[in-house]
Each structure stands twice: as structure tokens, then as C-alpha cells.
Design a binder for this molecule. Sequence first.
Ligand code: C5P
Length: 232
Amino acid sequence: MPQDVIIALDFENREKTLSFLDLFRGSKPYVKIGMELFYAEGPDIVREIKARGHRIFLDLKLHDIPNTVQKAMRVLSRLDVDMTNLHAAGTIAMMQAAKEGLTRPDGTSPLLLAVTQLTSTDEQRMHDELLIPATMPETVAHYARNAQTAGLSGVVCSPLEARLVKDACGDGFLTVTPGIRFADSAADDQRRVMTPARAREGGSDFIVVGRPITASADPVAAWQRCLNEFLG
Ligand code: C5P
């Protein structure tokens, strides 16, 4: 079920980020804060954007030993974000520890998603460098099932893989998909892209959209177009 469009705030600092968000005036799009902005500005940028009334996907892709990830997630749980993530490659034990760390004393928790295989990793490199002999679809479906076993809410994946994940884990398991482009816009460095409408048909619950909105001459119109095409 298509739920929302998440704008990737891939800006280098607070000033550029806030002046972008100011364009939206009364509207409060769901936004994604990634490593670049988080490492530049620290947790204060998360608090500030949250205080402005936005829902936040904190995209830090944690991957470490279970104890370390659990403690890091406990810190992130206090930031009051709506969604965050880690690498499924860290094992089921790491994902379970993360979920435990992210659960607040009152039992609530941000949505926790797993990255299966990065979309920048192709099947050849996965075979040759990571020594994973399975096909990419088998690996993505297997990692998604591991995430579900660990109690996670869903995965970040290519929109081309959303149907595969739903088939493996059921419709209620969330798919959050970057790699979105309008039919008439540039692909940039993304290799395999889908339009918002096709992503909806493919089973994406949330789409993550960066440059088609952030680099547009009219970001608010581009965001509204995404919402219209995705929500149908
Ligand atoms: O500008 P663009 O729409 O390509 O931005 C996509 C966003 O989603 C970026 O923040 C990128 O880091 C992120 N992302 C991605 N592919 C993944 C995981 C995250 O493009 N597999």
C-alpha cells in the first residue's frame, strides 16, 4: 500500500537544508537525513527538523557487533525519529539487538528497516568479492526473511525488488525504495530506476526521492507531482 514520499535531504549543511525546507511553507514532507548531513551537523539537525514538524527517516545504515549496535540504537531512540535502518548482513543476532536497543521504555519504537544488498552492488561483484554464490533475487529475499525473523518492519530495496520482498515476507512487510525518477527526468548515477507510478504498482510502501525534487527548479511542484503519481 503506497503510504508516502520521503525526500532525501542530501545537503552538506544545516543552512542549505533549512532554506530548502523553507520552500515548503506550511507543508511538512516526510524527509530522510543521511550520513552526509548527520555527520556534518550532528544530532541537533535531527532535533531541529523534528521540531519543525517533519517525520524523519534517519538513514545511517548501522553495521557492527550486536552489543555496539544495540547501544547506538538506544541513543538514536531518544532522537524521536520515525524510521531508521541497518545492514541485514550484520546477522539476525545484530538485528534483534538493534530492535531491542531502539525500543523505548514505553514500548514504542521507530520503524526499523534492513538494507538487503546495496543497489550499487551488482550480482557479479557479490559473487566475486563477497563470495555470495546465490543470485541477487535469492539473496535479497533471504536477507529480507532474516530481517523479518529478527522482528524488523521491512527493508530498503530497489523498487524492482519490492514485489519479490512482498512475495517472500507478506504484504505487511514494508518496502522503502530509492531509485525513483520521473519518466521525463535524468537518471543521474542511478542505474535501475522506476517512476513513482510504477513503484506503486510494484509494491513500494514508501519511495525515497532526492534529486528529482531537490535539484528541480520548483521542488514543491516536483514533490506534489511525486505524491500524485505515487498515491494515485
Ligand atoms: O537523488 P536520488 O533520488 O538518487 O537519491 C536517492 C537517495 O536514496 C540518496 O540519499 C541515496 O543515498 C539513497 N539510496 C539509494 N539507493 C540505495 C539506498 C539509499 O539511492 N540502495
